[in-house]
Write a protein that binds this ligand. Structure first.
Ligand SMILES: [Zn+2]
Length: 198
């Protein structure tokens, strides 16, 4: 068609979960919609990018220094569930199955893809555990080589905190999006059936 259209389409196609046809439908909708949803979308995206950042404690998205979960006095403070990303956190929150704390790693260890310990949210995890009385660390990472390597790394990292019990959600999460795409009842039984991690 023309350069600006092709550029828009190529950016949409980079978004996760969008194939060519979906990207094309969205591009045409945004460009021809009389209600100007394209402008509204641009404003909403700019606002979200300006307002949102990572919670200083857990890595969740929030508009203040700390997220709503970290400052909520009714949450169980002595248990931390480790997740790979904010999508996984949101899926577990939606299921209503977990009332403890979270820690978002922003990935999992994968030396082959250049993801090393310094790229993940480990420093603030240690800092939280030093500042708080943590009894349980629950791993809710995907069940693949990288997820398991990350669990082992964290267990070693926290080995000096002898009081901590390490557990793992009680079902085999498929690699890639296992938590994000699990339904609420699956997540509930996963948390209820969590087992000691060794
Ligand atoms: Zn937080």
């Amino acid at each position: 068609m023309n350069n600006s259209y092709d550029t828009l389409l190529s950016h949409l196609r980079k978004l996760p979960g969008l194939g060519y046809r979906s990207a094309e439908r969205i591009a045409i909708h945004l460009l021809t919609d009389k209600a100007q949803s394209g402008n509204d979308l641009i404003r909403a995206l700019e606002d979200a990018q300006a307002q949102l950042s990572s919670c200083e404690d857990c890595g969740n998205l929030c508009e203040e220094n700390l997220c709503e979960i970290c400052v909520n006095p009714s949450r169980i403070k002595n248990s931390i569930c480790i997740v790979e990303n904010v999508l996984d956190l949101m899926a577990i929150e939606r299921s209503g199955t977990w009332n403890g704390m979270f820690h978002v790693l922003s990935g999992k260890l994968s030396p082959i893809h250049g993801v090393l310990p310094e790229h993940l949210n480990f420093k603030s995890l240690i800092s939280r555990i030093e500042r708080n009385s943590i009894d349980e660390v629950i791993f809710a990472l995907s069940n693949d080589i990288e997820g398991n390597a990350t669990c082992h790394y964290i267990q070693d990292l926290l080995s000096t905190f002898s009081k901590i019990k390490f557990t793992q959600v009680g079902f085999g999460l498929p690699s890639g999006g296992g938590v994000t795409f699990a339904d609420s009842s699956t997540l509930k039984s996963a948390f209820d059936g969590r087992k000691d991690y060794d």
